[in-house]
Structures are given as C-alpha cells and as structure tokens.
Design a protein. Sequence first.
Length: 290
Amino acid sequence: MINRKLFKIKKRKPNRSRTGDFLIYFMLFLVAIAMVFPLVFAVSSSLKPLDELFLFPPKVFAQNPTLDNFQDLFVTMGKSWVTFSRYIFNTVFITAAGTAGHLIIASLGAFVLSKYEFPGSKLFFTIVVTALMFNGYVTAIPNYLIISKLGWIDTYWAVIIPAFAAPMGLFLMKQFMEGIPMSLIEAAMIDGAGLGKIFLQIVMPNVKPAWLTLIIFSVQSLWNNKAATFIYSEEKKTLVYALQQIQSGGIARTGQAAAVTVVVMIVPITIFILSESRILETMASSGLKE
C-alpha cells in the first residue's frame, strides 16, 4: 500500500514574514506623510483668515476656511498697470518654448551620442557631465556677458535659449537611449526606415520615461524662474516675479503670501500628477536589451 505521507505536498513558506511587510508599509506610510505634509499645510494656510495665520503654536488645518486671501491677491494684481493675463502669458510662453526646445535638442543630441561614434564624441559627453557639477550661480556672470553680447537682454530669449542647453536633459536622455539595442535600429534601416522615422517612431517611444521626466524638471525650473537678472521691462516679467513682489509686502499681506505659494506650485504639481502614472507604466513595460 502506498504511503500517502510521501506524496503530501508541503506548503511553501513566504519569503517575507508579515511583520516584515508591515514594517515596510509602515515606513512608506511615514515617508508619504512627510512628503505630503508641506503641501497640505501650504493649502491650509492659504485658506486661513489673517488672525489664524498668527496663532502660536500654529494649527495645521484652518478653523474657519475662507477664500479671502485669493480674492485679495487677485484684487492686488488687478491694480497693477501690467495686467494679470500678461504675466501669465509671459510665464506660459517662456515655460512652453524653453521646455520644447530643451526636449528637442537634448533628444537629438543624445541619439547621436549614444548610437554613433564620431571624432570628439567622448570629449563632448565629458564636457556635458562636467557641466552638471556647476551651479547656475557659478555661471551667472558668463551667461550675462554672452547674452548681453548677443543683444538678448530684456527679451524672452535671455531665459529661453539658455534652457535649451541644460546639461541634465542631454545626460538623462543619453543614458536611457543607450539601453535601446543597435540591432533594432539596424533592422529598421534594412526595412527602409530613415533616421527621422527611426528617431520618432522607435527611439522616442522607448525612452518615454526619460523625456517625461525631462519635461517635469524643465517646467518646474522655468515656471519658477523669476528672470529678474535678464528681463527688466515690467510687461515682460514672469508671474512668479510679480507674485513674489506681493509676497514681500509685509505683515498686512501675509494671507496673500500664503495664497501666492499655492498659485505658484499648482502647475508643477499638476504636470507631475498627470505624468507620474505614465512614467511608472512605461518604465514597467519598456527596457529593451541586447
């Protein structure tokens, strides 16, 4: 008679205990709270009446929420001789043009550097990597002298053109494009595809996480750029510059200053929320290797 105990299937023990899983999720929960708290506090402060803003110790949530801070902010902006819509146009134009140019130039340059070798290619990439170590304040004077010689002072191009050459975008795109097998590009060439079609229909879809991340960083940088160093005309100044002038108006404008913080961070956060799921989805489904 066959002994059934010999055929008894043992249950596999989980690799991790429930205690370990609980600790991991608990730590992630604490990190999430630490990251969300500044946003919640900023939004809550913008809804507080003036007397609640001076309470000590401060309370996280508004006891009597109101939109008066936002109304006062738009009233103050409306009294400016430059219209509020003009500030918005300046900021949107600089952000959109700078981000689009940065994405195009960084992508094209990264494609050439990652898939083709030419005299000086390694030296050029070394220069790009070296440029990552320099802060914008270090290169502020050389940038100003160059832009002044080109006659771009007090124009939009003084902010837009330097954004095209940001080294972070080129470095990021090159690192992602190196993961695309050259055999895929060669197969497309054999099928008759040109370089333009290969770049747009094969390379760019496979590095979507990279260029979505590039867009987030570029928009955040340009949207928050006061451009006060290069643009002097009030009708060409950005929204962030105008709002920060209101923010520095003293105690009487504390409520408006809280509202300014929320208005300034709306666009970068919105773009990040809309792109974050696409980035994670693409990173999970992509990744071709030789």
